[in-house]
Design a protein around this ligand. Structure first.
Ligand code: G16
Length: 560
């Protein structure tokens, strides 16, 4: 009977969300994404998929966020979080693709039944499944959330919990916390952020580094999205920092991601909408539409709209130096309790990382590895270390600490706190690492928690924005987008640094690059927009621009 009910529900939901003819969805860098009005079939099927994943994982909570992140307001999409709070396991992506594109109810039913059989998922039995749902502020969000709910409810025994309008990382955090048995509401998230930040600021920053008024002042561009809304809610409770939110998403302030937000600032390197000459010299940060990316900037002068940019690479460098410093204090200071904590610290970047940042990190003795674009790849790699720090240049990244490392850190702090060593440098370094592990969202890149950790480290180091900027000088670079007929006809290899198909394209890229001093260039199809991306780096801006333009021209010529 249950089995019959299961079949009926799947056929029923599939007929409510038919796939328009000629429509094809593709699971990209971070899930499905397209014009919001066309997304309901894919989102409904993502609901089915998330519920199946939860059944497969013995009822552990799985997450769905309805968002198209940095894309324009008319787009929408779906991101799926696994029980650990990270992106959905990659080996389910082919099934996600097939399910989203099942042409009719019968095909969908057969696909689910076959997949369930292959994966050993017992459908229609006495299982439970739970899926947490969230959405950003897009106008199609509510409608698509309903499509996801209907998909989840099509799996017998599945239970959907709508967590409301959230940033993407909040939902990922909730999924992770729920599965760890930790309280997982929005107010729990805020409490963790505020408390661990206060601990950093009040206990761990040397008293003489309290900072002047300018050091405390921070303007945040909220991209007219959900991140600004959430920051407004908590900013009064953040001690030692004076936050002013622009593009906060309030009525009349502007359009989501339009002329504002982390993607705009990082790619265009100009001031976002809503800033004026009075802001010259002030430290500013920019979030993207669902607040999983963070970049910093400063208006350089009142006469133009150029900015000094601190991108994901420099945030990564700040975090890496801070963590390295604490580990060195713990291991090398010959303190009373002669404990050391050997820890493998790994840095993960993508081909978009500015060459100067990689060189800087290596010069500081850090181990740097590369993956293709997409948090799903970087996060997985970072988990191989005791402490893994990953960031994409676009501002998407976080720090992950292994359970083993954290429990060693906990016992070290216990030992040190129980004797005369509790004022020692070693104890304080251990406490700083503990606070950082609680402040940073270890599920996924989170602009709000990342921003608070940046602020805490700048205060701890007594650094101005200028000091941070001067860590190293970026090599001049340029990113371009090329519209082509079929972006999937470009196939890349070697962490996306080389084109394998069409093979003649790579020869042309090599030729153009060889003409530039310190030239580096690659192209790859975007997994979130219908474009091919071109990245070029060279010793001068003129050369980087010209290299990017020539290669973009070759891409256009090859792919139409
Ligand atoms: C997503 C991914 C990021 C990726 C970005 C751009 O970000 O989570 O890891 O860097 O897309 O990907 P692509 O170059 O393939 O378009 P978001 O913030 O848009 O979700």
């Amino acid at each position: 009977n249950q089995e019959r009910e299961q079949r009926r529900r799947l056929l029923d939901v599939a007929s409510r969300f038919p796939l328009p003819s000629g429509c094809r969805f593709s699971y990209g860098t971070a899930g499905f994404r397209a014009d919001g009005a066309t997304m309901a079939p894919a989102v409904c099927r993502a609901g089915i998929l998330a519920a199946l994943r939860s059944v497969k994982l013995a009822g552990a909570a799985v997450g769905i966020v309805i968002t198209a992140s940095h894309n324009p307001v008319g787009d929408n999409g779906v991101k799926i979080a696994d029980p650990d709070g990270g992106m959905m396991a990659q080996h389910w992506e082919p099934f996600a693709d097939a399910l989203a594109n099942a042409p009719d109810p019968d095909a969908l039913l057969q696909l689910v039944l076959q997949f369930a059989k292959d994966e050993g998922i017992s459908l229609g039995g006495h299982h439970t499944a739970q899926v947490l749902l969230g959405r950003d502020t897009r106008p199609t969000g509510e409608y698509l959330l309903d499509a996801a709910l209907q998909g989840i409810n099509a799996i017998v025994g599945a239970h959907a919990i709508d967590m409301g309008i959230l940033t993407t990382p909040q939902l990922h955090w909730m999924v992770r916390s729920k599965n760890k048995g930790i309280k997982a509401s929005e107010s729990d998230y805020f409490t963790q952020l505020i408390d661990s930040f206060s601990r950093h600021m009040l206990e761990l920053v040397p008293k003489d580094k309290g900072g002047d008024e300018l050091a405390k002042k921070l303007i945040v561009d909220g991209a007219n999205g959900i991140g600004g809304v959430k920051l407004e809610q908590i900013k009064a409770e953040l001690s030692g920092i004076d936050i002013n939110v622009r593009n906060s998403g309030k009525e009349g302030e502007g359009i989501l991601n339009h002329m504002c937000g982390a993607d705009f600032v990082q790619k265009e390197r100009v001031t976002p909408h809503g800033f004026s000459p009075e802001d010259v010299g002030v430290r500013c940060a920019s979030l993207d539409g669902d607040a999983d990316r963070l970049v910093y900037f400063r208006m350089s002068s009142a006469s133009d709209n150029k900015v000094d940019l601190v991108d994901g690479d420099k945030i990564l460098s700040l975090f890496a130096l801070f963590i390295r410093e604490q580990l060195d204090i713990i291991n090398n200071n010959g303190s009373q309790v002669n404990k050391s904590m050997p820890a493998r610290l790994g840095i993960v970047q993508t081909a978009y990382a500015n060459g100067a940042s990689t060189q800087f990190l290596k010069n500081h003795g850090l181990e740097v590895v590369f993956t293709p674009t997409g948090v799903k790849y970087l996060h997985k790699k970072a988990l191989e270390y005791d402490i893994g720090i990953y960031f994409e240049a676009n501002g998407h990244g976080t720090i992950v600490f292994s359970e083993d490392f954290l429990s060693q850190l906990q016992s070290l702090s216990n030992e040190l706190s129980s004797d005369a060593a509790n004022g020692s440098a070693q104890y304080r370094a251990a406490m700083r690492l503990m606070a950082a592990s609680q402040l940073i969202n270890q599920a996924v890149g989170d602009a709000l928690s990342g921003l608070l950790l940046v602020e805490a480290i700048l205060q701890y180091k007594g650094w101005s924005f200028q000091n941070w900027c001067e860590l190293y000088s970026d090599l001049p670079s340029r990113q371009l987008k090329v519209k082509v007929i079929d972006r999937s006809s470009i196939v890349t290899t070697e962490a996306e640094t080389k084109v394998s198909q069409p093979s003649s394209l790579q020869e042309l890229i090599d030729k153009e690059t060889a003409n530039c001093a310190h030239g580096r260039c690659f192209v790859r199809p975007s997994g979130t927009e219908d474009v091919v991306r071109v990245y070029a780096e060279a010793s001068t801006q003129v050369e980087a621009d010209s290299l990017a333009r020539s290669v973009a021209h070759h891409v256009e010529h090859h792919l139409g």
